[in-house]
Unconditional design. Structure first.
Length: 618
């Protein structure tokens, strides 16, 4: 029995079968329009009969094009480069091009040779984050054009360029950490010849010059997870309270080593990265980082390459600005005192966080979304607020809420309507944050009160000032409300016909703790509710804690609840509506003294208040 060997059909066999020359077969297969239709028919019949597949390499020689481009990266394991590759590959495939990938493995000495070899097999070259010196890179581009360069600026060449603004990115990370009270920050640096590393270092230098209180310490590392792991001990030796990693891989490696040695992130050391690779979201804790549009950069790299292949000169360089993604790997510095954390401010006194300030954007629309103080505690840990309780889900810790502002509810939930009773109204407004600034014990915010139609009714300037006390802490809340487009009337369920329901203003909903409430007017709800006294006190005997709420110059009636729930606040519209003209202002103030002691009665409060005010300086 003879052995049969299967061999590819050749162009010569197709020509013989069709009875034409090989040159004619070649012209037909390459789509030459001037070939006699009868010859085209013969060749096509022969191709079908013999199941002929032309050699792509041979066709490339005829066409002078391989329809393949080369991509060179310094480390293909880096998900940042994988994202660029994905975007480039998908976009190129739509135009009938394939991508050949080469990895220099951070070997700078052979990078140019690898690039040249890859280009010899392809129509063009894409260089991502090349590490080679400028002169060598310019020479390579001159020899291998067309070239697109990603993440590297190179002057005096025709190469199209796409870059990420890492200078601004690292400065934003630095300011994020500064907002958390960090002043001594380690920079875990990337490869020494990396242009992106150079840009990061430049940004940190600018930031240090702009803020004399910031100190940056550079720790040599690299671009891999192993580099971050190996640098962790050196980072700890600096005494820094936060670290900016060259990229997310370095940050993840750093966090891995910190877990091994028992260092808590972010409680003992805050960690941030750059790139927002997929693994960052699933780290423990999730990593704060700067998001870079990896796939979009790949797409645009192909668009620039397509222009170059068509003989068009490169447009101006493209620059991408990363976006901060704040997650839980960054937090307050352990020594910080005052308001810290621009994304989600907390009030920290030494090692204790006594309150956090929420923007309220995730609050349901029917609860009148608004910023509020949450998780308020005494320095000894007594819980003092509750947010969205089941009995009144529209109660949000400590917030400024008014039930009727020209007919719009900024209180939330059900409210009393004359002739209808307590109903869920369809006209909830929201308080939109326009600006927030924190510095030490000062938190300043600008808000727009937007009604259910999207119209801004009021502009508020809110000031929160905190202070440490020998036996507790203090907080003053001031709100300055200004009518913008029209006169404003402030009402309440009481002004709409429900006796005693004069709620609306700065309102404190306490945690469900056993408490005793008293004021200069007495110690029963009948005594305190509606009384315009300068202060009201809440003592928690089982906790040894007292909260004294005091008013400013204008003393409003207190809206107070003891039995149903525990809450209080000065009332803007107790039994009569209150109106301010267009351009007019309403000024509200409430100061809380949170004391780690039990004050027994009104006389005890009156005795200590002058000294507390002087100590707090509020």
């Amino acid at each position: 029995m003879s052995e049969v060997t299967s061999r590819p059909i050749t162009m010569a066999q197709v020509a013989q079968y069709a009875g034409v020359s090989q040159a004619s077969v070649s012209r037909v297969l390459n789509g030459v329009a001037t070939v006699d239709p009868a010859i085209v028919a013969k060749v096509n019949r022969a191709v079908a009969a013999l199941n002929y597949s032309p050699s792509e390499a041979a066709r490339s020689l005829v066409r002078g094009s391989s329809h393949t481009i080369a991509l060179l990266v310094p480390d293909l394991e880096n998900p940042m480069f994988q994202g660029v590759l994905k975007g480039l590959t998908v976009a190129a495939a739509r135009d009938g091009y394939r991508v050949l990938v080469a990895d220099s493995a951070e070997a700078v000495g052979v990078e140019a040779d690898i690039a040249s070899e890859a280009r010899s097999k392809c129509d063009a070259l894409v260089l991502v984050s090349p590490r080679m010196p400028d002169a060598e890179l310019r020479d390579l581009i001159h020899r291998t054009t067309p070239v697109v360069v990603v993440n590297r600026r190179v002057d005096d060449t025709a190469a199209a360029q796409l870059s990420v603004d890492y200078t601004t990115a690292v400065k934003e990370l630095g300011m994020h950490l500064r907002g958390f009270g960090h002043r001594r920050i380690a920079y875990v640096a990337g490869p020494a010849l990396s242009y992106a590393n150079e840009q990061r270092a430049l940004g940190l230098g600018e930031l240090a010059r702009e803020h004399a209180d910031l100190e940056f310490l550079t720790i040599p590392a690299g671009s891999s997870m192993e580099a971050g792991y190996d640098a962790a001990d050196a980072v700890l030796e600096t005494g820094a309270t936060a670290a900016i990693a060259f990229n997310d891989l370095v940050a993840l490696g750093l966090m891995s080593r910190l877990r091994e040695v028992g260092v808590e992130v972010p409680e003992q050391l805050s960690i941030v990265g750059i790139d927002d690779i997929p693994q960052s979201r699933f780290a423990a804790p999730p990593l704060t980082t700067m998001s870079v549009p990896r796939i979009e950069i790949g797409r645009q790299a192909w668009n620039r390459m397509r222009q170059a292949l068509d003989g068009e000169s490169a447009d101006h360089p493209l620059f991408y600005r990363p976006v901060l993604v704040a997650r839980r790997s960054s937090g307050p510095a352990s020594h910080a005192s005052g308001w810290v954390g621009p994304a989600r401010p907390v009030l920290r006194l030494g090692s204790t966080v006594v309150a956090q300030y929420e923007e309220g954007v995730n609050v349901d629309s029917v609860l009148s979304p608004r910023p509020y103080l949450d998780a308020v505690i005494s320095r000894t840990g007594t819980p003092l607020t509750v947010t969205e309780p089941t009995d009144h889900p529209h109660h949000l810790g400590v917030s400024l809420a008014i039930a009727d502002v020209n007919g719009t509810s900024y209180w939330g939930g059900r409210t009393y309507v004359r002739g209808e009773g307590s109903v869920m109204v369809p006209n909830h407004g929201r308080q939109r944050r326009d600006r927030l600034h924190i510095e030490g014990h000062a938190l300043d915010e600008r808000l727009s009160w937007v009604d259910e139609h999207g119209t801004t009714q009021l502009v508020e300037v809110r000031e929160l000032r905190s202070a440490e006390l020998a036996n507790g802490w203090a907080l003053r809340w001031r709100s300055h409300l200004k009518a913008t487009l029209d006169a404003i009337t402030f009402g309440s369920p009481a002004t709409n016909g429900r006796d005693g329901a004069g709620y609306g203003g700065i309102f404190w909903r306490f945690a469900p703790e056993i408490a005793r409430v008293f004021s200069p007017a007495g110690d029963t709800e009948r005594d305190v509710h509606g009384a315009a006294t300068p202060w009201i006190a809440f003592t928690f005997p089982e906790r040894g804690t007292t909260v004294v709420l005091t008013q400013g110059e204008e003393q409003l009636p207190w809206f107070v609840r003891f039995a149903e729930y525990l809450g209080a606040g000065p009332s803007v519209a107790w039994d009569e509506a209150r109106t301010i003209p267009e351009g007019g202002e309403l000024n509200l103030e409430l100061t809380a003294f949170v004391l780690d002691e039990e004050l027994a009665d009104a006389a005890a409060v009156d005795a200590v208040l002058p000294a507390l005010r002087a100590e707090a300086g509020l």
